[in-house]
Design a protein around this ligand. Structure first.
Ligand SMILES: [Zn+2]
Length: 478
């Protein structure tokens, strides 16, 4: 600032006002200092930086000695801790019918309490409720993780699932996408319970033409390559990739389409004819086409081993309302009907599917960490399930860094939101996670949560514990 005494009064005032304004622009609500910052893209650790937050945004990441010029209103000293972006669960559900809206709403603090600051909702049967929550959370009227949602999913006529938009003609696909676009959904979810392959491909083509991102299951009559060529954004559930891991994919797909073999038989034959070279070739094609994968292994492992594992005393059941707990029965009962051969196929399928992870990363396929938690998917608990998923990723061959990238970078990359998420940097969302240990050394460190910042709002360990305790109390009394 120039010396004021030589300036005319009006000009001196203007200079002062400008200086005050500059100071205001620079003043931070919060400074996080002393922690080692994890650069999840590079896999490096950065020391000596202070992260400055204003509102819901990181306004600067500066050398510690420069932090004072931002006059932070509150400073948190985090020596010995690790600071990284908040986690994303890129495959969750809310649902179970309108009478379970409150129970679903009580899942939201479970995400925050487990360091998950963003969820990608892959459609349930409460699409309008979730769209309203998305808006309320964005407007600061409701607390919870940032929600990106597909709204209602596209299905064929009379599907097993509720809350879907049923489409059977190209015109109906157009009308459905018009509606979803009007609701500003973040992507389009497509499932294949009753949808015919031509309409499925039509939906992918129309969505692509509008620049809408897509997420889907894969009909048994189509190859993985065909759906990727048609522009699919994310393949949900890794077991679908076993089809692409055999040189017999085309032949088996054709036989299913002609009704000569069932989908289960095709899976068995895919497993028997597994070929790593065929898998790598298919996965390179996915990478080249930009089709990502959301493995959702945790839920599949739980279901696959229901014959061996007793979940009746799981501590996490205390956080799940009784209506949602009742939705867990569906998969339990379905699994109970399986004979020994079906159980063996279930387990062989998930083990082989999980083993594809290193091949996927080697081929350059983007992997999004997502859990499939919410309702129906038994004992796959919102919040903690993402940490279980990351543990599975590492157990089956990803590095801890790759696992972190799947939960921090791959989600925003799919949505085209890396300008706002994915790193601790200026202009990024103030969605942060502070850990007691280094997750690059041991992925289980993501569970050692000291502090969560969600949209600039800090919750320390005591406050996170209270969120969990309050949820438990609510569940016990409703
Ligand atoms: Zn799902």
């Amino acid at each position: 600032m120039p010396s004021l005494k030589h300036l005319p009064a009006a000009l001196a005032f203007a200079v002062l006002a400008q200086a005050v304004q500059a100071a205001e622009q620079q003043s931070a609500d919060l400074a996080l200092t002393g922690a080692t910052v994890i650069d999840v893209a590079a896999g490096t650790l950065v020391k000596g930086k202070t992260v400055l937050v204003k509102g819901d945004t990181i306004i600067a990441v500066v050398d510690d000695k420069a932090a004072a010029s931002y006059h932070p209103r509150k400073t948190l000293r985090l020596n010995g801790k690790y600071l990284m972006p908040g986690l994303w669960d890129s495959h969750v559900h809310f649902g179970g019918g309108p009478e379970l809206i409150e129970e679903n709403k009580h899942l939201l603090p479970l995400y925050i309490a487990h360091g998950i600051t963003t969820v990608r909702d892959c459609s349930g049967d409460l699409p309008d409720t979730v769209l309203a929550w998305r808006g309320d959370i964005n407007a600061g009227k409701m607390s919870g993780p940032t929600i990106f949602t597909s709204g209602a999913k596209l299905e064929g006529y009379k599907p097993l699932w509720k809350g879907t938009i049923e489409v059977g003609t190209p015109e109906e696909v157009t009308a459905a996408l018009d509606k979803l676009q009007g609701q500003k959904v973040d992507f389009v979810k497509i499932t294949e319970n009753t949808m015919t392959p031509p309409i499925y491909l039509e939906a992918l083509a129309q969505a692509k033409a509008r620049g809408m991102r897509t997420s889907a299951h894969i009909p048994v009559q189509l190859t993985v390559g065909e759906v990727a060529e048609a522009g699919l954004g994310t393949i949900e559930h890794q077991a679908y990739l076993l089809r692409a891991s055999t040189p017999r994919e085309r032949e088996l797909t054709t036989q299913v389409a002609m009704g000569k073999i069932t989908g289960k038989e095709a899976m068995q034959l895919s497993l028997e004819s597994f070929d790593a070279n065929a898998a790598i070739r298919s996965f390179r094609r996915l990478a080249a086409l930009g089709t990502a994968v959301v493995p959702t292994l945790n839920g599949s492992f739980v279901t696959a081993y229901l014959d061996k594992d007793d979940h009746a005393k799981d501590a996490y059941l205390q956080y799940i309302g009784k209506g949602l707990r009742a939705t867990y029965d569906w998969r339990v009962q379905r699994a109970a009907k399986d004979d020994a051969a079906a159980i063996a196929l279930r387990q062989a399928t998930i083990e082989k599917a999980a083993s594809l992870l290193p091949l996927l990363s080697q081929a350059g396929v983007s992997i999004l960490a997502g859990t499939d938690a919410g309702f129906l998917n038994s004992f796959n608990y919102p919040g903690i399930a993402l940490h279980d998923e990351l543990g599975i990723f590492v157990k089956y061959g990803l590095t801890p860094l790759q696992a972190l990238q799947s939960a921090v970078i791959a989600g925003p990359r799919f949505l085209g939101k890396l300008d706002r998420y994915g790193s601790v940097a200026e202009n990024k969302a103030a969605d942060l996670l502070v850990l007691d240990a280094n997750p690059l050394e041991d992925i289980s460190a993501t569970r050692k949560i000291r502090l969560v910042v969600s949209r600039g709002v800090v919750s320390n360990r005591a406050q996170l514990d209270k969120m969990l305790a309050d949820t438990k109390t609510w569940v016990a009394t409703h």
